[in-house]
Design a protein. Structure first.
Length: 400
């Protein structure tokens, strides 16, 4: 198979969607297929590391043109897609991120009868008006996505929550495959906890609670100071490490949180070169393995990759019933879930884990089993391969 993956952002800018595309393409290449990544991200000054597949880079202003002057932007994009289609003869295109690339590209696939798959990533499909989250809060964008998304031949939903968004757009259920993000569970298994890290955060003899991710309103990090204060008031001895880009702003916004045991760190950042595709980096995996409890008071997620990482690290989880999260963590099996924005319930769930060794051990063991059986990259990429084969076959049958 010759498969094109069209994605706005790619190396050197790497996140969950990019990691997924990389792993799927690497698996395709290893199986003798011919994947190509097509992106609007310009080539970095230091070049791109050797990869088992080529990267074709469109003009970096493509997305901006699609937003500002859609007619001209679409004509430009279709010209570039035609050039690449003629060059490679792709059997299928997958678009990762529906707005604006997916909306602009789908007519090209339909006119040429090329099988196409849409994988939405979050803001391009979900809406959360309370925090202004979602491109579709703009009525014009919502109208375009409602018209164009259903034209794709198949759809990838990271969770049932995303599937429900597709269904609300009138997309038939039989066209939707639920395929989660994955994790390299072997890397977590090969990493041990670190007494040095525990000492770094002054967590010796204390429960080390961990939260990871970028500082963003949807993550609910602003609730952590109040939750930590409730734990402190109950006499719990803990350190709560919040690790990720921009997290130091949490202590700037809530300076009293440090007195309650909250520590923020931006040290565990992405590696460079080809290792950039091996997220989380070894230093962050080590932090996961050193922690005792994983906590995520999020308001909404598309998938919640950090939860899978915590599961792979054999961590018991406390999180919320937020969309996206509710589908990943199973209450009282792999973690404890509380209503969103309920700091009292969240604190009490953490206390339950601190006080109950048996419960903590049971949830941690179940989490690891779930990570290995459902979220290992070998399992996930196999589902993508099956989806591509099915979509190509069905498209040929429809044309005939």
């Amino acid at each position: 198979m010759k498969i094109a993956h069209l994605i706005s952002q790619y190396y050197p800018n790497i996140g969950g969607a990019e990691i997924c595309v990389h792993n799927v393409c690497a698996e395709l290449a290893a199986a003798g297929h011919e994947p190509v990544v097509v992106t609007t991200t310009p080539s970095p000054s230091g070049g791109t590391p050797p990869l088992p597949y080529p990267i074709e880079r469109l003009h970096p202003r493509t997305n901006g043109l699609l937003r500002r002057i859609p007619f001209i932007g679409q004509a430009f994009l279709h010209h570039k897609l035609a050039t690449l289609q003629n060059k490679y003869g792709f059997d299928l295109w997958q678009v990762t991120m529906g707005w604006p690339l997916g909306v602009a590209a789908v007519d090209f696939f339909q006119k040429r009868s090329i099988p196409s798959v849409l994988r939405c990533c979050g803001e391009d499909i979900q809406k959360f008006p309370e925090i202004g989250y979602g491109y579709r809060l703009d009525p014009k964008v919502d109208s375009k996505t409602s018209d164009k998304y259903p034209l794709f031949d198949a759809f990838v939903a990271l969770t049932p929550a995303v599937e429900r968004e597709y269904l609300d757009l009138g997309i038939p259920e039989n066209k939707i495959d639920i395929i989660p993000n994955g994790a390299d569970t072997a890397k977590f298994a090969d990493t041990a906890s670190s007494e040095e890290l525990r000492a770094k955060f002054a967590a010796e003899g204390k429960t080390l609670i961990l939260t990871t991710g970028r500082y963003h309103p949807k993550k609910g990090f602003d609730l952590i100071p109040e939750i930590a204060a409730r734990l402190k008031a109950k006499g719990k001895n803990f350190i709560w490490v919040v690790a990720g880009p921009g997290t130091k702003r949490l202590l700037e916004k809530f300076p009293d949180a440090a007195a309650s045991g909250v520590v923020c760190s931006e040290d565990f950042m992405k590696p460079n070169g080809v290792d950039a595709f091996s997220l989380p980096p070894p230093s962050l995996i080590e932090l996961y393995k050193t922690a005792d409890i994983y906590a995520l008071p999020t308001l909404i997620e598309t998938f919640g990759m950090v939860l899978v990482e915590a599961m792979a690290a054999t961590l018991p989880i406390v999180t919320t019933t937020a969309p996206g999260v509710d589908d990943v963590v199973k209450h009282e099996r792999t973690g404890l879930k509380t209503p969103t924005n309920d700091t009292t319930a969240f604190a009490n769930a953490i206390i339950d884990l601190i006080d109950n060794d048996a419960l903590r051990g049971k949830l941690a063991d179940n989490a690891l089993k779930e990570a290995r059986s459902k979220y290992d990259w070998g399992v996930v990429t196999g589902k993508y391969l099956q989806l591509y084969e099915t979509t190509i076959r069905q498209k040929k049958e429809a044309i005939q």
